[in-house]
Write a protein that binds this ligand. Sequence first.
Ligand SMILES: O=C(O)CCC(=O)C(=O)O
Length: 269
Amino acid sequence: MIEKTAQADFERDGFINVHEVFQPSEIVDARNELERLYRDFPVGTAARLVPYHPDGIDAGQARIDHPHLVSPLIDSLLRAPTFCDAVRSILGVKTVQVWYCHALRKPGATDSANHVGWHQDGQYASFLTGSFITAWIPLVDIAADSSPLIYVSGSHRQGALNGSGFSHKATLEELKSSILSHNRVEWRETIATGPAGFVSFHHSDVLHGSAGNEGGGVRYSIACHLRTERNRLLPENDYKDAVSQIRDTELSPVVCGSVDALDFGGVTA
Ligand SMILES: O=C(O)CCC(=O)C(=O)O
């Protein structure tokens, strides 16, 4: 359910957690489907399984790119009207495109292969103008020890903060020191905890990361970057693959509103 203060809270903190977007049974089914996919990944689509650890998916994190192409259940979560309505309420927009989505499987392991370094999603998206929003959807209950997302509240108001990244192997403390050596940041951490299926929406400039999973179970989550009619696409960009991916509305579905409202950098999607 989206609160009336959602837009103001999001603008102040750079993130907001929204509950009751999905049915609990949909989340359980999606988690079971993902577990099957991690064990037996189908060939023949653009989706791919990327283990981060050389010893496989039970030794460290593993990502599935474009999970909606191989999971009808995840595809229907992304197209749920309640999901779109939440984005519309937070941003005051009409049209939403999922321009990149991944699923993450995090087994219980605390070494550097299992944390996500501090980063801003926008640091990987110079092909879009303006800011965008990411939806982080955990498919298991998230407590303080089961690798919640950790936000640096309000950091989205400081623009680009260099010195770290998603896949950095240094510890979160070391990466924090690196960021603070380049920037003045008021460092206030907030963790995103809640029942399976809540959605933690965050601004593309808010610093966030996650520690290893010490919760005892495997942590499954989905993260989707979303853009709207406010973002233009800059085709003359080093990220050619991302530009063509956004122009492909099967890979990057427009989940509500009108495809005609979106800018595709001089071509029609
Ligand atoms: O699942 C995680 O730990 C990281 C996800 C993330 O960085 C994101 O949602 O932008």
